[in-house]
Design a protein around this ligand. Structure first.
Ligand code: FAD
Length: 320
């Protein structure tokens, strides 16, 4: 079974199970395979050529309204939920417009952009617990959300549905510098902005910075921005590319670090960094898993040697 992924890597799996209704969970209840991969739209994974196990894909696509709560199937496309909210006067996630992927994957890394994280709108998550083999509902606290993290990273749950509570009135979050600058530059009045205008603005900013995976296969940011303890560290060379955090910590721009060593890298013809954003690696066509991993390891070791900074790969590497 070929596995679809936004990086355009050729990948197959031994076994594939699609969850189209809750009845399909019986296929997992009796499954003995220990090697499992839950796959959404494949926009945040780097897949090896062959997954020697079972791939599970949630394809529940209903959107249901229960009083204040909107229950959304894990297989719904994220863009469809954004549009649903814009059409139905449900507010709060406009800043998360144009993040690729499925609703079922959104809680996993607590997707976030332009000062908003999805955890602020999640009431609960309905999931299949792979240890107990039962369906459970985890409330927001139980999901243990933090920056790009949640309990779902432990891989013990298949997310079936996400229950959201959105705002009933529009109180836009325009504080993120790239967003407020864009509004100013385009003479969009912050006091009279509509949800649709905000969503379109975020889309425009993203389109100007990030390549469309359908046209230029990629997985978004290839490394996380490292947060480093900087009390004994001369980081003036990164001025303008770092953001002070609480205490002695500073977040550095991985894009800038890559730019500083890029001329020393041996990059295969099948790969390149995006012209407008050096944190985005593009598959020119025919790139292999090994080529990607070798390049990422090359970058990590050069940055460690040169600056004593350890980079962490952002998408999940799936290799069995
Ligand atoms: C161009 C681009 C821009 C991006 N921008 C952002 C951004 O601004 N902010 C951001 O946070 N992310 C961003 N991402 C990352 C990505 O869009 C998100 O992580 C998204 O939620 C992944 O969704 P997916 O369905 O493709 O998940 P996949 O890539 O298929 O899976 C991602 C992880 O979630 C797990 N998973 C998937 N579905 C389920 C499920 N139903 N139950 C349990 N686990 C599951 C997988 O096992 C895997 O660990 C970007 C990616 C790209 C390509």
């Amino acid at each position: 079974m070929m596995l679809s992924n936004s990086f355009g890597l050729q990948a197959n799996a031994k076994n594939f199970i699609s969850i189209n209704s809750l009845d399909d969970l019986s296929k997992i209840e009796n499954l003995h395979d220990k090697k499992l991969l839950i796959l959404g739209a494949g926009t945040n994974v780097i897949l090896d050529d062959y997954f020697d196990g079972t791939v599970i894909k949630v394809q529940l696509t209903e959107i249901e309204i229960h009083e204040d709560c909107i229950s959304v199937g894990g297989g719904v496309d994220w863009a469809e939920l954004i549009e649903y909210c814009l059409t139905n006067q449900l507010y709060g996630i406009e800043n998360l417009t144009h993040i690729p992927g499925s609703v079922g994957a959104a809680p996993v890394q607590n997707i976030g952009a332009y000062g908003v994280e999805i955890s602020s709108f999640i009431e609960s998550v309905e999931c299949f617990n792979l240890s107990t083999r039962k369906v459970e509902k985890l409330n927001n606290d139980q999901c243990k959300f933090s920056y790009r993290h949640s309990i779902f990273k432990l891989k013990n749950y298949i997310i079936l549905k996400v229950n959201f509570i959105f705002n009933k009135s529009f109180d836009p979050n325009l504080s993120y510098p790239a967003l407020s600058d864009f509004l100013k530059d385009n003479s969009i009045d912050a006091s009279s902005i509509t949800p649709r205008m905000l969503s379109e603005s975020v889309k425009d900013i993203r389109n100007s910075k990030l390549p469309d995976p359908k046209l230029q296969p990629n997985v978004g940011s290839i490394f996380k921005n490292p947060i480093v303890r900087t009390n004994h560290f001369d980081h003036t060379f990164l001025d303008g590319h770092r953001w002070d955090q609480d205490g002695e910590y500073t977040k550095f721009s991985s894009a800038r670090l890559i730019e500083l060593i890029e001329s020393d890298l041996i990059i295969p013809d099948t790969l390149r960094f995006y012209e407008n954003h050096s944190l985005v690696l593009i598959n020119n066509g025919g790139a292999s898993f090994n080529e990607v991993i070798n390049l990422l390891n090359q970058i990590k070791s050069k940055i460690l040697k040169e600056f004593n900074i350890e980079l962490e790969i952002e998408p999940e590497i799936i290799s069995v």
